[in-house]
Design a protein around this ligand. Sequence first.
Ligand SMILES: [Zn+2]
Length: 176
Amino acid sequence: MDTPRPPEARFPCLPVEGPVPSPPPGWTWEGLMAEALAEARRAGRAGEVPVGAVVADPLGRIVGRGRNAPVADGDPTAHAEVKAIRAACARLGNYRLDGCVLAVTLEPCTMCAGAILHARLAGIVYGCEDRLAGAVASRADVLDQGLAGRLAWHMGGVLARDCAGLLEAFFAARRG
Ligand SMILES: [Zn+2]
């Protein structure tokens, strides 16, 4: 049995709430999140805050991967979502990602939520919430507000405890 997380936790793990959208062909949402988690672990091993993301196209191909790298890149915009979106656009030769979905281990921030809308992603799944910077459900609802009438669906809570556990271990180690 999981013990309830205290309400003041920075990375709350909320349950998945329905209706659950259909995952890309050949995937479960958990399977896609496992790919994002692998990227997050790579970020953590490199000393970055462990957040990872992948973009899947409508055929179920992973067309972009990204992991948090602001320290290594010297770039505050080098969040996992932005990196995955850039990789997918380069791979597909298109600045729009119509019909694609993104899986990310942590609820996106305002910048990334904006990038998700500009990229025209159909929707996103994420793991744990981010009480400090989350802009999808925690601190703002950027994807629900949309951009020029275009929205992106979102579903949190996918493998949330794995995603939060990585982050909590990272910050606990930093605190020593
Ligand atoms: Zn971000």
